[in-house]
Design a protein around this ligand. Structure first.
Ligand code: PMP
Length: 366
């Protein structure tokens, strides 16, 4: 990530009244606070596992839950193959670092911290033509739509890192068949509860290809021994007391409504842009024909009282194309209009500024 973006994010968080269209956070109101409070209290007082060391693989109950849900979608996996990770982020970092000098292709734009995890783990991150392919199944971040060409991917015979972070958050509820079902020997399957339940528990998972399981477990152990016992115990308890499908059905409905209002507000107030109408997830991808430094646009936006995520963070190489990821999930719907108006003003002002070339290389390595 361009260090200027991190610095601006920190600075803008301290300015009162700034409307946040950046960040990719799930809605605060959807976090199941009461149920998790009960689960955490229950396991802390009564569960022998919650405060103790556990195994590197992680909670058997959660692994069984994951494999049951995958089986319902056509992928039959032994629960011993699942590693509970500290979020999908750790799963990506492990998967991306397992083979020295992998060339991982990620497409034109993809999840910014996957690019960083792969690059910092020693892989070469490329737009196309890699020997491993990273895809975000069901709903791509940042595009908000399904970009996966299943047939082409399966035809390659190459290793695939398949990130299902948003697969259950398609507004139409059509969760795609896992690629793991069709290429079990070469898919690194990645999942998370961060978008559907809450990111704070830091629970995700990795299902490595069978031949790589032992090495992946060794890597997990070297990183942090195991995922936090208390989070896993609380989530296992939580699962026993809630209907997960009801939770995601409600999230889909809330996010679909917010997405529609956000798209509408941006179309009305921001000139010279094109929007990919989202099919799910938490964000919208907004493209312009402008060129320049999108961090300068972010600075201008903050001075207008709004944030967004600069599109360059999502690109595998340096770029001066101005695109924005706009998060609709964690802003009250009545604030979309003022936020979009501010964004429109910021873009208009940015277009009047003298063009300065992008000089700072945005990535440590890519
Ligand atoms: N993959 C994608 C596509 C994401 O958008 C994110 C979070 N923004 C992650 C993985 C990481 O999620 P987690 O909180 O589970 O580490």
């Amino acid at each position: 990530m361009d260090p200027r973006i991190t610095e601006l994010a920190e600075r803008s968080a301290t300015i009162p009244g700034v409307l946040r269209l950046g960040g990719g956070l799930p809605a605060n109101e959807l976090l199941p606070r009461a149920e998790l409070a009960t689960a955490l209290a229950d396991v802390t007082s009564a569960s022998p596992d919650a405060l103790q060391y556990g195994t590197a693989r992680g909670s058997a109950a959660i692994r069984a839950w994951i494999t049951r849900r995958l089986a319902d979608r056509g992928a039959h996996v032994d629960a011993d193959r699942v590693i509970i990770t500290a979020g999908a982020q750790q799963a990506l970092a492990i998967a991306g670092s397992m083979v020295a000098n992998w060339r991982i292709d990620v497409g034109d734009a993809t999840y910014a911290c996957a690019i960083d995890a792969f690059a910092q783990g020693g892989a070469h991150v490329v737009r196309s033509g890699g020997d491993v392919h990273y895809v975000i199944a069901g709903v791509s971040n940042p595009h908000g739509i399904d970009k996966v060409d299943r047939i082409a991917l399966l035809r390659t015979g190459d290793p695939l890192i398949v990130d299902e972070a948003y697969a259950e958050l398609r507004f139409d509820g059509r969760v795609p068949r896992p690629l793991l079902a069709d290429a079990p020997d070469r898919v690194w399957h990645v999942g998370t509860i961060s978008k559907t339940i809450c990111p704070g528990l830091r629970i995700g998972w990795l299902i490595p290809p069978p031949g790589a399981l032992s090495a992946a477990l060794q890597r997990k152990m070297a990183l942090d021994l195991q995922t936090a016992s208390i989070s896993q115990a609380a989530f296992a308890r939580f699962l026993a007391t809630v209907d997960y499908d009801d939770i995601i059905a409600r999230a889909r409905m809330v996010y679909a409504q917010r997405a529609a209002r956000c798209v509408d507000a941006i179309r009305r107030h921001v000139d010279g842009i094109s929007i990919t109408e989202p099919e799910g997830g938490l964000s919208i991808w907004v493209e312009t024909l402008d060129r320049g430094d999108d961090v300068e646009l972010l600075e201008t936006a903050i001075s207008e009282g709004v944030t967004f995520d600069p599109g360059s963070s999502f690109r595998p190489g340096d770029t001066d194309r101005i695109c924005m990821r706009v998060t609709f999930s964690n802003l009250a719907p009545e604030l979309f209009d003022p936020a979009a108006r501010r964004l429109g003003r910021a873009l208009a002002r940015f277009r009047q500024l003298p063009r300065r070339p992008r000089t700072i290389s945005q990535r440590i390595a890519s």
